[in-house]
Design a binder for this molecule. Structure first.
Ligand code: 5AD
Ligand code: SF4
Length: 490
């Protein structure tokens, strides 16, 4: 494993090795030398700042990128007034892209003050050739651009970048290999994401992900289990199994027959792990076998994120989701029958091309029937290259806005009612951080992922403690710690 490799023992005067991950360790060692020179020149450590946009997959990728930078000897900072600023971008909706372009203007002013500064862009947005063209044409001050398939190459690319005054661009169309044995720097010592598969083969007609993340590739279960065992030894209590479509885990593994339900059962056996979450499920692939595995595994959180996208069977067909409204409702029913206390959350898109008022009312109907604990609601965003972008009858924005507001109101009303249900109960909370707003308070998450703030000190961070939920605040709670003897501690 990576932490057994002593970078100072690598002969950096030799040619770089061809095989991975040895090649990347060689470049990390090379970059260390650059870092030492920087320190001599500037009498301080070089600072690196990673800004992450988008989903949990990107957040996990950023931990890997941070791990590499740390091995190189860079000091991590939240501030963009750093010597190396890396944006890990998202392109699922256009506003994510606009945010990046907006921030780039600011980076340019920072670079004028610190000419040695290096600016890098990576992630989903960089997989779009049009974006890279625009960066090359309009944002010539950017030093490095790479994509989603070669993040493991950061050390090599950084080295290339400091050695050259031209923009380095390295974006791969697909992943011919995935290099896993590299350092990671986790944001939380007690919880971690674990990639179980990459890419997506579903091609929902509105979605750009299959084009920027490539074809579905599952990691062998042995490798995943070994990683989680190591995390558990390292003090991790909660793992989040990550993939665009975790329910189809294992489908493309020739030497492997285990499916997602079985993977859950095996992770459930790992000592030290107390909570298991996963993200994201596609309703069409959610089998009874998985429901049974969730029900049987006591460590699997009673929470399922089950994207609906639309409640209209007609729109679902146009979206290429491959389930109907009725099938979705039946599935939600089967899940609730197996686990009556499960918390269901969802994603909904409003204003898909051709969506009528009747279609929208079908969505509201599902929302009222399922009564989600919470829902992420999105305004449809046209993504160039997807089938939906070429569809006629795009919905006028005033109509979309009106539907969006009505949906949000409904979702919020239901969420706050559902949240009330658990007031006065005592539940386990994994404490995550000091509370930003109230001194003497800490914040943590329930199994259903809702936040709880309660009086406590930082020694609780990383612990799972019983907390009485005193007050529901819509989408979070105020609580108080509950002692073993069932006495309130405050
Ligand atoms: N427009 C709006 N929302 C989208 N999503 C994916 N693509 C689009 C798009 N083009 C939403 C879906 C998905 C979530 C991650 O983002 O609801 O589940
Ligand atoms: Fe996009 Fe559909 Fe794949 Fe999710 S399942 S990433 S919405 S194509």
């Amino acid at each position: 494993m990576y932490n057994e490799i002593d970078l100072d023992k690598i002969d950096i005067s030799a040619e770089p090795p061809m095989e991975e991950p040895a090649r990347q360790y060689y470049f990390m060692a090379k970059c260390r030398e650059w870092v030492r020179e920087f320190e001599q020149r500037n009498k301080r450590h070089p600072l690196a700042c990673i800004q992450t946009f988008g989903c949990q997959m990107n957040a996990r990728d950023s931990e890997k990128l941070r791990g590499i930078l740390q091995q190189m000897g860079m000091e991590s900072t939240e501030s963009e007034t750093a010597d190396f600023v890396l944006y890990n971008t998202c392109t699922v909706r256009d506003n994510a892209n606009q945010k990046v372009y907006g921030h780039l203007g600011y980076l340019q002013t920072l670079k004028k003050k610190n000419p040695e500064m290096k600016i890098a862009l990576c992630g989903c947005m960089m997989q779009e050739p049009k974006v890279v063209e625009r960066i090359q044409k309009t944002y010539g001050f950017v030093d490095l651009v790479f994509g989603t398939h070669n993040i493991f190459k950061l050390a090599e690319l950084f080295f290339q970048c400091v050695a050259s005054s031209n923009m380095v661009v390295d974006v791969w169309d697909s992943a011919d290999k995935s290099v896993e044995q590299l350092p990671t720097e986790r944001k939380y010592f007690f919880k971690s994401g674990v990639n179980i598969m990459y890419g997506c083969d579903n091609f929902c007609s509105y979605c750009i992900v299959p084009y920027v993340r490539g074809r579905e590739r599952s990691r062998p279960s042995k490798e995943i289990l070994a990683e989680i065992e190591k995390l558990a030894e390292d003090g991790v209590k909660e793992v989040m199994l990550l993939g665009q479509n975790v329910n189809s885990y294992g489908k493309n593994l020739s030497q492997e027959t285990i499916h997602f339900g079985e993977l859950l059962r095996q992770v459930n056996e790992i000592k030290g792990i107390r909570r298991i979450r996963f993200m994201t499920s596609h309703p069409k692939d959610l089998s009874d076998d998985l429901i049974a595995a969730m029900r049987d595994c006591e460590k699997v959180c009673r929470h399922l994120h089950l994207p609906l996208q639309s409640g209209s069977s007609r729109i679902l067909k146009l979206m290429n989701r491959r389930y109907t409204k009725e099938q979705y409702l039946m599935l939600a029913e089967r899940i609730r029958q197996a686990m009556p206390d499960i918390s269901l959350t969802t994603d909904i898109i409003v204003g898909f091309p051709g969506e009528t008022e009747e279609d929208f009312l079908e969505t509201l109907d599902v929302v009222r029937k399922v009564r989600y604990d919470s829902a992420f609601t999105f305004i449809y965003s046209k993504r160039t290259g997807t089938p939906a972008a070429a569809m006629e009858n795009q919905v006028p924005s005033e109509l979309v806005k009106d539907r969006f507001d009505r949906l949000l109101k409904e979702v919020q009303q239901i969420s706050s009612q559902v949240c009330m249900r658990d007031v006065k109960t005592v539940q386990e909370v994994l404490v995550e951080s000091e509370n930003d707003h109230q001194k003497g308070y800490v914040s943590g998450r329930l199994g259903n992922n809702l936040l709880v703030h309660f009086p406590g000190d930082t020694s609780l961070i990383g612990q799972i403690v019983p907390v009485e939920l005193v007050e529901a605040k819509g989408f979070y709670y105020i609580g108080r710690q509950w002692s073993e003897r069932n006495e309130k501690i405050t």
